[in-house]
Design a protein around this ligand. Structure first.
Ligand code: PMT
Length: 402
């Protein structure tokens, strides 16, 4: 999977820099070409001579080569690479990457990078656990970068054992898995719903819910990274929720009715749909044209049922198409999810419960159970990015291969 792949390896000033040699050795053994870009602090921990001997390439550290003044083009490196790996990545480099502080060759290369970027943090636990570092990692992840850490519970509530750089063989395994999956959904068309819906009461008020769109956006990114074309129909989410992958086409809607129309139009030409949005089941029967004034009397708003998007897609689902739903429950979780699986004609349903800490609305983590007609699989608490991988793995197994 790594045969012929071009990897830019960024090395920063951490004691774990010596492990970069092991990463290089394994990458080269598996047929990859490696170009090292090192920060000034990185050179305090490992010499460029060692690195260039291992990679058979001069190590890039400055904007100009000191020997002959040759200009090192970070833009060319960004176009050359199939992937960029920053291992070890210090808190300082992570902070600069998250904020675009382009004061060395590694950061300028990162900012010009067209290929996927993998980051293996290395620092002590206090630095790792600091809210600044956590925020910077979240920011980098929201830009579509991959964070490689020991274990799979990135940004989970437990921080023990975190901060230490992941072992070289596991880092290389992550790259191998990425390249093996990169094309696995090529040519497939996936419809994804995300976020809440708002049902207008008057020009200034609405009925809504707490969905942030994070789970749905993570699913869209995961499918896009595996080569699928994604139609992401999303309700009103915050402006910080942005898509960065060229395979994702975003359609913004506000109400359940608008989401229903966008989905019904698109689903017939899709291979699959994942319905992650928290759709309002009811909307005000009438919408006031003017702001409703306070009178002191009780106010009664009569609600009418919204279309059930999932159930109507379940009805028109054709042979070869798949439909995946979510169930957000507060009680009798499994039996409620089982009922929705059948009623809405889902191939499988992803159950998350508000009883589980760190699961459901707005959090960066989720804890899910995947339920099919045949059985169920429980997963531990993980970042929504990791949860999306588990869901898309399950979906990929159902999509007919060409
Ligand atoms: O957005 P986040 O903050 O990251 O939170 C993620 C999430 C909690 C919203 C997500 O993980 C989730 O559980 N989404 C589904 C929430 C929900 O509305 O569940 P439900 O049990 O009410 O609906 C069951 C299924 O039918 C869902 O797939 C839903 O999208 C769909 N549905 C529901 C009502 C409706 N009128 N039309 C629908 O399509």
């Amino acid at each position: 999977m790594l045969q012929g792949k071009k990897i830019v390896l960024g090395i920063t000033g951490s004691i774990a820099a010596y492990k970069s040699c092991l990463i290089i050795r394994q990458l080269i053994k598996k047929g990859a070409e490696v170009q090292v870009v090192i920060t000034p602090a990185g050179k305090e921990f490992i010499t460029p001579i060692t690195l260039s001997a291992l990679t058979s390439k001069p190590v890039i550290s400055e904007f100009f080569s000191q020997r002959d003044g040759t200009w090192h083009s970070h833009v060319d490196l960004g176009l050359w690479a199939d992937a960029m790996l920053i291992a070890p990545a210090t808190a300082s480099t992570i902070g600069k990457m998250a904020n675009g502080v382009a004061d060395n060759m590694l950061i300028t290369t990162y900012l010009s990078m067209k290929a996927p970027v993998f980051i293996a943090p290395a620092m002590d636990l206090d630095m790792y656990a600091h809210p600044s570092t956590q925020q910077n990692l979240k920011t980098l992840q929201s830009y579509g970068n991959h964070i490689i850490e020991p274990g799979t519970g990135f940004l989970a509530s437990k921080l023990e054992g975190k901060g230490r750089m992941e072992e070289p063989e596991n880092i290389v395994a992550v790259l191998e898995k990425f390249f093996s999956q990169q094309e696995s959904m090529k040519g497939k068309k996936i419809l994804i719903t995300a976020g809440p819906t708002y049902e207008k009461i008057d020009p200034v008020r609405f009925i809504g819910n707490y969905s942030s769109g994070k789970m749905g956006f993570a699913l869209a990114n995961e499918c896009a990274q595996r080569g699928a074309q994604v139609e992401l129909v999303c309700g009103p989410v915050s402006s910080s929720m942005q898509v960065h992958h060229p395979n994702i086409h975003r359609i913004d809607v506000e109400s359940a009715q608008e989401m229903y129309e966008a989905c019904k139009e698109r689903y017939p030409s899709m291979d699959s749909a994942i319905l992650c949005a928290a759709v309002a089941d009811y909307a005000p029967e009438t919408r006031a044209d003017q702001k409703i004034k306070r009178t002191g009397d009780d106010l009664v708003i009569r609600l009418k049922p919204n279309p059930d998007i999932a159930a109507s897609l379940g009805q028109i689902k054709k042979e070869g198409q798949t439909l995946v739903g979510f169930a957000l429950e507060t009680n009798d979780e499994e039996s409620n999810a089982q009922a929705k699986l059948k009623k809405k004609n889902f191939d499988f349903i992803v159950l998350n419960s508000l009883k589980d800490k760190g699961a459901g609305f707005q959090t960066d983590t989720n804890k899910i159970t995947i339920i099919t007609a045949e059985g169920k699989k429980d997963y531990p608490l993980k970042s929504k990015v990791e949860v999306a991988k588990d869901i898309v793995d399950e979906l990929s197994a159902l999509i007919p291969k060409p």
